[in-house]
Write a new protein. Structure first.
Length: 175
């Protein structure tokens, strides 16, 4: 009699447990799928906000690299009547200020691109300082400017151009 009673209870209880388990699995799958959809929607919204910011950062970094290119920096900073040492100081100061003005852009580019930009800035300053140290004390700013332009044209691996290529490549990957 007890065995019959247990069998009767199990006839109703066991299918209910199986049904409860299946319902729970379906609800968990549904909730997980909804959470994934919400996360993807949030990311998509973030991309719509950050894409213009990232593009603007790439534009500013390209402008920075163009402005610290020795030929462009020299022509922008050179003033009549300057001595070579005045020109060296003003030129290196200008490059550092350009770089510092754009430092925040590093959050929008890869670590590799930022390292290349930083290295390009350091190489340009090193070139200027090296040439200035080699120049005659009576040299004019024009003399120093010409030497900087000539020596930068002889670079085997132009660090500014390498950084420009990296930045442009990353910007192109956004599309």
């Amino acid at each position: 009699m007890v065995g019959v009673w247990i069998t009767e209870v199990l006839k109703f209880f066991l299918p209910s447990l199986v049904l409860l388990f299946i319902a729970r699995m379906i609800v968990q799958a549904y909730l997980g799928n909804e959470a994934l959809k919400r996360e993807e929607a949030r990311k998509s919204g973030n991309r719509q906000i950050t894409l213009p910011l990232r593009l603007q950062a790439y534009e500013r970094l390209v402008l920075l690299l163009e402005r610290i290119t020795p030929a462009h920096a020299v022509t922008r900073v050179l003033q009549p009547g300057m001595t070579a040492i005045q020109f060296q100081i003003l030129l290196t100061q200008n490059i550092r200020e350009e770089f510092e003005h754009n430092m925040v852009q590093q959050i929008y580019v890869s670590a590799q691109a930022w390292a290349m930009i930083k290295s390009a800035k350091e190489e340009v300053i090193r070139l200027i300082n090296t040439i200035a140290a080699e120049t005659d004390s009576k040299a004019t700013a024009n003399d120093l400017a010409m030497m900087i332009i000539e020596r930068s044209a002889e670079w085997d691996k132009n660090p500014v151009q390498a950084a420009l290529v990296q930045v442009k490549q990353e910007a192109g990957e956004l599309f």
